[in-house]
Design a protein around this ligand. Structure first.
Ligand code: FAD
Length: 424
């Protein structure tokens, strides 16, 4: 430890980060700005958790709390339909039941609006946090684009429009346009004739998440950080005035540790006072070749599918919300269901040449709010629970938490993200 500039507070000299996903790498990278020595540990390889096969949208206009009233109506219908994009295991464990009960409690308009006030604070700073990483040398493309949300019937758009109205009412600036089916096809020629209406959400960005996390890891290393792959952390406690990170291959001592282990966070964080229920919301993805280049992010809300360009002539298709443990075997039927749902909506896709099937777990919290800040144990910090939006919120999470750890100040959004908040 050494004295920080402000108020004589001790800045940790050495911090271990558990988890080399978008969130953990961003925390490590931001700590390096304060001269902190970092080691990032991952039980697998860099960026191969949820940060791998996702859609890569960096979309502040869509970054909203997950629990909302229409989820209840949709969720009930979906659970009764075996082909639906929302799936529950046949036998739910007690943790899942507890999680779902709390999630349902948060599906009210009042709680959504309250949470949205917090998201508005975060969303205003998302691009700035990405720009800081890129200006300092994180060398991976981040493209500007509109997200095109397409529907086969006008009635299907009501939910998204209502949500966007909520975002605007919370005071967040958004720019939205309504398009006919023909206008949508002119903008995105891969859309089929089934599309009757689209909503264009301007001013968003997207990236290839695998390429971005690899570039971020390169920068952490270039700034003298260490990244160790294939090391499982089994527990964290205090030992001789420091933090001891217990690993399958021994231990590391540090002045502080950040637990940024995505959907596995409850395994390590529950020993440190984090009580907000969390569960894995697994999603699936695959890549399909297209005859024409996909123009930008394409979203089919009714099919719960989000597509993004992959190279010049393919799309990554992501979908499904499967409440399941992160390491459970993938369910092949999930990919088939996505394929069936998306197929009629695209023209010119080569469905027989689908590649890269993938499953990953969104780290969901029951109140739809991430968990970022100090835990109940001195020197143990939490960075997780970003649910649907951990790519979008990763760099900002790193920036806010690093500022807190290094200087002792608490930037405004951190109080709202308190990992020790009471769970209702
Ligand atoms: C289908 C799908 C589509 C998505 N689309 C988007 C999108 O378009 N935009 C967006 O913003 N978000 C999206 N998300 C959400 C986003 O992927 C996640 O919120 C984000 O990747 C979480 O990042 P993370 O770093 O917290 O977790 P992860 O990327 O999962 O990283 C956690 C890491 O911790 C490691 N780990 C876990 N336990 C241990 C341990 N005990 N010891 C050592 N290491 C450990 C894991 O191996 C893993 O590498 C999507 C998710 C899915 C599933």
């Amino acid at each position: 430890m050494r004295l920080a500039g402000r108020g004589g507070r001790m800045t940790p000299r050495r911090v271990v980060v558990v988890g080399a996903g978008m969130v953990g790498l961003s925390c490590a990278w931001s700590l390096q700005d304060y001269g902190v020595e970092v080691e990032v540990l991952d039980k697998g390889r860099v960026g191969r958790g949820a940060s791998w096969g996702n859609a890569g949208y960096v979309a502040p206009s869509l970054t909203v709390p997950l629990p909302e009233p229409s989820m209840l109506r949709f969720g009930l219908r979906a659970v009764l339909d075996p082909g639906s994009p929302v799936r529950l295991p046949v036998r739910a464990d007690t943790e899942l039941v507890r999680f779902l009960v709390r999630l349902v409690r948060h599906c009210t308009g009042r709680r959504w609006s309250r949470a949205m006030d917090g998201y508005r604070m975060l969303n205003a700073q998302i691009f700035d946090a990405f720009d800081a990483q890129r200006q300092a040398g994180v060398d991976a493309p981040l493209r500007e684009a509109a997200v095109l949300a397409a529907f086969t019937e006008a009635g299907q758009a009501a939910g998204l429009l209502h949500e966007l109205e909520g975002v605007a009412s919370a005071g967040q600036q958004i720019e939205v346009g309504l398009l006919t089916g023909a206008q949508a096809r002119a903008m995105e020629p891969n859309l089929s004739r089934e599309i009757a209406l689209a909503v264009r959400i301007d001013g968003q960005r997207y990236l290839d998440p695998g390429a971005y996390t690899a570039a971020l890891a390169d920068q952490v290393r270039a700034r003298n950080g260490k990244i160790t792959e294939n090391v499982t952390v089994t527990g964290v406690d205090r030992h001789a005035g420091r933090v001891r990170v217990r690993c399958a291959d021994g231990h590391r001592d540090a002045d502080a540790v950040i637990l940024a282990c995505g959907a596995w966070l409850p395994d390590l964080a529950s020993d440190h006072g984090v009580r907000v229920p969390q569960y894995g919301g697994r999603g699936y993805s695959f890549t399909v070749p297209l005859r024409r280049r996909l123009q930008g992010p394409l979203y089919f809300p009714a099919a719960r599918a989000a597509l993004a360009p992959r190279g010049a002539s393919a799309a990554r298709v992501t979908s499904i919300m499967e409440f399941q443990r992160p390491d459970a075997p993938p369910d092949r039927r999930a990919l088939a269901a996505t394929l069936r749902a998306v197929r009629p909506l695209l023209e010119g896709a080569e469905w027989r040449s689908v590649t890269d099937p993938w499953v990953g777990a969104r780290p969901l919290t029951a109140d739809g709010i991430p968990l970022v800040g100090p835990s109940a144990t001195d020197g143990v910090y939490i960075a997780g629970g970003h649910g649907m939006w951990g790519v979008t919120l990763g760099p900002l999470t790193g920036r806010l938490l690093a500022e807190h750890i290094a200087t002792g100040t608490t930037p405004a959004p951190l109080a709202w993200l308190d990992p020790l908040r009471k769970s209702h």
